[in-house]
Design a protein around this ligand. Structure first.
Ligand SMILES: *Cc1c(COP(=O)(O)O)cnc(C)c1O
Length: 466
């Protein structure tokens, strides 16, 4: 045996943390030259990931951070399958089609068996597809009337960034209704002021990102009925149900927001938010097949069959779709309602406790008929906190691992800073009591160690002379 072979065999027996591989910093920029031991590299990467913090304590995200063992197994079984290869993996394709039909049924499509829809990587892609369908439908209508179609616009409330992307990438003017005073979401009245013959659609959000509230889809739909009566303009609605699409059907079944309103032509939702699928699952469904313009569907024959596809991506993992189907079968409406209602109860508990602390005013309290299982608050008008801000509170909670974001609102309420907690599957009531203890400890800390504003130059120089 050569001495180098002997060395490398001895290396294999080394403890991971005594190995040559981990005796130096691993490459960060240059493409690595040598091979390394998989076990050593795995451990180094796993350890680095610790620095991300604990996702379960991330109360900023709407996305799933808790996964059933069964879902892990199904993801593992699907890791080698590309969902776009519909001919090679016909059962994964069939499962996707079943999910679309089930969602069309859940959202009261008049023809859930035949309508169209697809999985996406998330609500952003789903929103792009929904927006594109609106644009194409509008353009066809304009062409049929011999009218120009070069200035499309879309009317919405304070939307998630994906709609800003849609507008810019696909050349559509975004008429975003600004917040005004205490009105932090769209109103039917403000929508009507902004629609015209170039409006491709109106997008209400079911669960606004900033304040977690549902926008009034029914009122907007009724108002657009009146617009049609008066002007002849027939303006469709796409609902951004990223969160609410998987909440309202189970926890607010009387809320009219979906295809039960004929004007709602399409809905997007994030499977990986309250759909409880692992990251990488979104859905878009059209009310009826005729609401998705044929021109947007590609028929691909080089994968073996002749498969219609409508998507921005091509290759994509199939596991999320399989896991989503597992959730639908495993939970049913009953299970989703139980899980989400537990989250609403925890959100309401947190809202009560936080309002009881004194300095804060609750803006949204986790009412299941008005929004998502979450809460948002601000510092009371005129409240003297003794120096700390919601940003300081967020920082202090971070030292215990909690991520509770503080942020300012968009136009025209940039002046208002709020803080928000998302309550998801796995954020238990008990965990919430521990968070409240930490918030109390943080406020006590600020009392004992007030955050003093830095002295102005004048004050500082006076201080020096004094
Ligand atoms: C999260 C969210 C999106 C974007 O969804 P992804 O699934 O993260 O792509 C869009 N709209 C709303 C209202 C959201 O909450």
């Amino acid at each position: 045996m050569s001495s180098t072979t002997k060395d490398s065999i001895r290396d294999q027996n080394d403890d991971v943390y005594a190995s040559v591989d981990l005796a130096a910093s691993l490459p960060k920029s240059e493409f690595p030259e040598p091979e390394r031991n998989p076990r050593n590299v795995f451990n180094a990467i796993r350890d680095e990931l610790m620095l991300d913090g604990n996702s379960r304590q991330n109360l900023a995200t709407f996305c799933q951070t808790w996964v059933d063992d069964e879902i892990r197994e199904l993801m593992d079984l699907s890791i080698d399958k590309n969902m776009i290869d519909k001919d090679e993996y016909p059962q994964t394709a069939e499962i996707e089609a079943r999910c679309v039909r089930m969602l069309a049924d859940l959202w009261h499509s008049p023809s859930p068996e035949t309508t169209l829809g697809c999985s996406t990587i998330g609500s952003s892609e789903a929103a792009m597809l929904g927006g594109l369908a609106l644009k194409w439908q509008w353009r066809k209508k304009r062409a049929a009337q011999g009218l120009p179609a070069d200035k499309p616009n879309l009317v919405c409330g304070p939307v998630q960034i994906c709609w800003h992307k849609f507008a810019r990438y696909f050349d559509v003017e975004l008429r975003e209704i600004p917040m005004e005073g205490d009105r932090l979401i769209m109103s039917a009245e403000e929508v009507v002021k902004r629609v015209d013959e170039n409006t491709i659609g109106v997008v209400p959000t079911l669960g606004v990102t900033f304040t977690c509230q549902y926008e009034p889809v029914k009122e907007v739909s009724d108002a657009l009925d009146r617009v049609q009566k008066e002007t002849g303009l027939d303006i469709p609605i796409h609902v951004d149900g990223a969160s609410g699409g998987f909440l309202a059907p189970f926890c607010a079944p009387d809320l009219a927001w979906d295809f039960s309103l004929p004007r709602v032509k399409s809905v997007n939702a994030s499977g990986h938010k309250f759909g409880l699928a692992p990251l990488g699952a979104g859905w878009v469904v059209w009310r009826e097949a005729s609401d998705l313009p044929e021109e947007l569907i590609f028929n691909v024959n080089y994968l073996g069959g002749n498969m219609p596809t409508f998507a921005l991506n091509f290759s994509r993992p199939g596991g999320q779709i399989v896991a989503q189907y597992y959730n639908f079968l495993r939970l049913g409406k009953e299970g989703y309602a139980k899980i989400h209602n537990a989250c609403y109860a925890t959100a309401q508990y947190l809202a009560e406790e936080i309002s009881r602390l004194g300095p804060f005013e609750i803006l949204f309290d986790g009412d299941s008929s008005k929004g998502i299982p979450a809460l948002a608050w601000k510092v009371k008008e005129g409240q003297n906190t003794g120096g700390y801000t919601l940003y300081d509170l967020a920082d202090k909670l971070r030292s215990r691992g909690w991520q509770v974001p503080a942020y300012s609102l968009p136009a025209h309420r940039e002046d208002l800073v709020i803080q928000r907690i998302l309550v998801r599957h796995g954020v238990s009531y008990d965990l919430a009591t521990l968070l409240i203890d930490d918030i109390k400890r943080a406020l006590e800390h600020f009392k004992q160690h007030p955050i003093v504003a830095p002295l102005s130059e004048q004050e500082a120089s006076g201080f020096n002379h004094g």
